[in-house]
Design a protein around this ligand. Structure first.
Ligand code: NDP
Ligand code: GDR
Length: 371
C-alpha cells in the first residue's frame, strides 16, 4: 500500500498522513521549499514519511516523485495519489488570481499529465481535492434545499473558478483515458490545525486569547483585593494585554462545517471503491459566522453575546459590558462572497458508509482547548 500526498504539510495532508501510516501505507509527500519551516503539522511523524521537494506547478518535480513512488510496484499494487495542494484561501485568490490558477487549476493538470507521460494509467488512483466553492450561490439562485453531486456549479471567486477547471479536467481524464481519478467535493472542514487566517481558526484563536486575558485579569484583581497596598506599586496593564475587539467580515455567511479528521477518512474511502465516482462530503449542519462566534465564546465559558447595529456598524458584546468583543471591518469583506452553503452527502453515506464522528460543538471545544 503506497500513497503520495501532494500538499502534505497542510491541515488535511497532516491528518491524512497519520491515517495512512496507521493503516500501514508507505507515505510519500511533496513539500515546498520555504525560507521558514513549513512542516509544523507533520513534525511528529516526519521520520516515517518519504518527503521530497517539489511544486505542483512544476511538472518535472511531479514526474520525478510519481516515478519514484511507483518504482517496483507489484502487478496487483497501485499508488494512491491525493492532490491536496492549493492556494486554498478564497479571499486571497482575488489578489493572486494568476498564481491561484497556476496551482489550483493547471497544477492538477500536471499531476494528470505525469500519470499519462509515465504510462501509469493502470497503476495509479488519483484523489482531487475539490470543493463546495464550485457551487457559488446556487443554493439561493436555484432555490435548492441542499447541494449534491448533481447541483449546478456557478463559482464566484478566482479560487473556485480554478478548482472548477481542475474538477472538469479530472472528469475528462477519467472518461478519455480510463484513469481512476475522482473529485471529493468537500464542504468546509476545520480543526486545531486549520490555517490561522480561515474564519473558524481566527475566531477560536481570539477566544483563547480573550479567556487567557480574562483569567489574568481576575488573578490580578484578586491580588489587589488581597494586597490593596500593592495597588500603587503595580501597573495592572503590564500583566495582561488590552485585547482589541476581534475584526471580522461577513457575519451573515453560512457554512456547513465538519472536522478534517472525518473528511480525510472520506477521501481514503473514495479511493477504495471499485468504480471511480465523485462524492460530496458534508455534515448537512450549517451555521452563520455570527453563530460560530457565539458557539466559540460559549465553549470558553462566556455565554450570551448580544449583537447591536447592522452592516459595518454591527458589534458583539458580552453581557454587562460596554466594550465590544467583535467588530465588523470591511477590510475582510470579499469582492464577491458565497453567502449560503449546505451539503447533501447521501451518496457518500450510502455507497461509502461514510458518517462523521464529530459534531460542530465538539470541534469548536477541541479548537478552543488545543489552541
Ligand atoms: P491548506 O492550505 O492547509 O494546505 C494546502 C497544502 O497545499 C499545503 O501543504 C501547501 O504547502 C500546499 N501547497 C500550496 N501550494 C502548493 C504548490 N504550489 N505546490 C505544492 N504544494 C502546495 O489546505 P487544507 O488542508 O485545508 O485543504 C486541502 C485541500 O482541500 C486544498 O486543495 C483545499 O483547496 C481543498 N479544500 C479544503 C477544504 C477545507 O475546508 N479545508 C474544503 C474543500 C476543499 P505549504 O504548507 O508549503 O503552504
Ligand atoms: P471559505 O473559508 O472561504 O469558506 O473557504 P473562510 O474561513 O476563509 O471563510 C468562510 C466565511 O467567513 C466569512 N468571514 C471571514 N473569512 C475570513 N477568512 N476571515 C474573516 O475575518 C472573516 N469574516 C467573515 C467569509 O466571508 C466567508 O463567507 C474554505 C477554504 O478552506 C477553501 O479552500 C475551501 O474550498 C472552502 O472552505 C470549502
Amino acid at each position: 500500500m503506497r500513497a503520495l500526498i501532494i500538499g502534505i504539510t497542510g491541515q488535511d495532508g497532516s491528518y491524512l498522513s497519520e491515517l495512512l501510516l496507521e493503516k500501514g501505507y508507505t507515505v510519500y509527500g511533496l513539500i515546498r521549499r520555504s525560507s521558514s519551516i513549513n512542516t509544523g503539522r507533520i513534525d511528529h511523524i516526519f521520520s516515517s514519511l518519504h518527503l521530497r521537494y517539489g511544486d505542483v506547478s512544476d511538472l518535472a518535480s511531479i514526474i520525478a516523485v510519481v516515478k519514484e513512488a511507483t518504482t517496483d510496484l507489484n502487478d496487483d499494487e497501485y499508488l494512491e495519489i491525493y492532490n491536496l495542494a492549493a492556494q486554498s484561501h478564497v479571499a486571497i485568490s482575488f489578489q493572486l488570481e494568476k498564481y491561484t490558477a497556476d496551482v489550483d487549476a493547471t497544477g492538477v493538470l500536471n499531476v494528470l499529465q505525469s500519470i499519462r507521460l509515465l504510462n501509469l494509467e493502470k497503476k495509479v488512483k488519483l484523489y482531487q481535492a475539490s470543493t463546495s466553492e464550485l457551487y457559488g450561490n446556487t443554493l439561493n439562485t436555484h432555490s435548492l434545499k441542499s447541494l449534491n453531486e448533481d447541483s449546478p456549479m456557478n463559482p464566484v471567486s478566482p479560487y473556485a473558478i480554478a478548482k472548477l477547471y481542475a474538477y472538469h479536467m479530472v472528469k475528462c481524464y477519467r472518461h478519455a483515458y480510463n484513469l481512476f481519478c475522482v473529485n471529493g467535493i468537500l464542504f468546509n472542514h476545520t480543526s486545531p490545525r486549520r490555517g490561522h487566517n480561515f474564519v473558524c481558526k481566527k475566531i477560536c484563536d481570539y477566544v483563547c486569547r480573550f479567556k487567557e486575558n480574562y483569567e489574568n485579569e481576575q488573578t490580578m484583581k484578586n491580588f489587589h483585593k488581597n494586597y490593596p497596598s500593592a495597588g500603587n506599586l503595580i501597573d495592572l496593564s503590564t500583566y495582561y494585554d488590552i485585547l482589541p475587539p476581534l475584526q471580522l467580515g461577513n457575519l451573515n455567511a453560512t457554512r456547513d462545517f465538519g472536522h478534517a479528521k472525518d473528511y480525510v477518512r472520506g477521501m481514503w474511502l473514495i479511493l477504495q471503491q471499485e468504480t471511480p465516482r465523485d462524492y460530496v462530503l458534508s455534515t448537512s449542519y450549517r451555521v452563520t459566522i455570527r453563530k460560530f462566534v457565539e458557539m466559540a465564546f460559549n465553549a470558553a465559558g462566556f455565554e450570551g453575546i448580544c449583537w447591536e447595529g447592522s452592516g459595518v456598524d454591527e458589534k458583539g458584546y458580552l453581557p454587562n459590558s460596554s466594550l465590544p468583543v467583535v467588530e465588523v471591518n470591511e477590510k475582510y469583506f470579499r469582492p464577491y462572497d458565497l453567502t449560503d452553503l449546505l451539503g447533501d452527502s447521501t451518496r457518500a453515506r450510502t455507497e461509502l458508509n461514510w458518517v462523521e464522528e464529530y459534531k460542530l460543538e465538539d470541534i469548536i471545544k477541541e479548537m478552543v482547548k488545543n489552541n
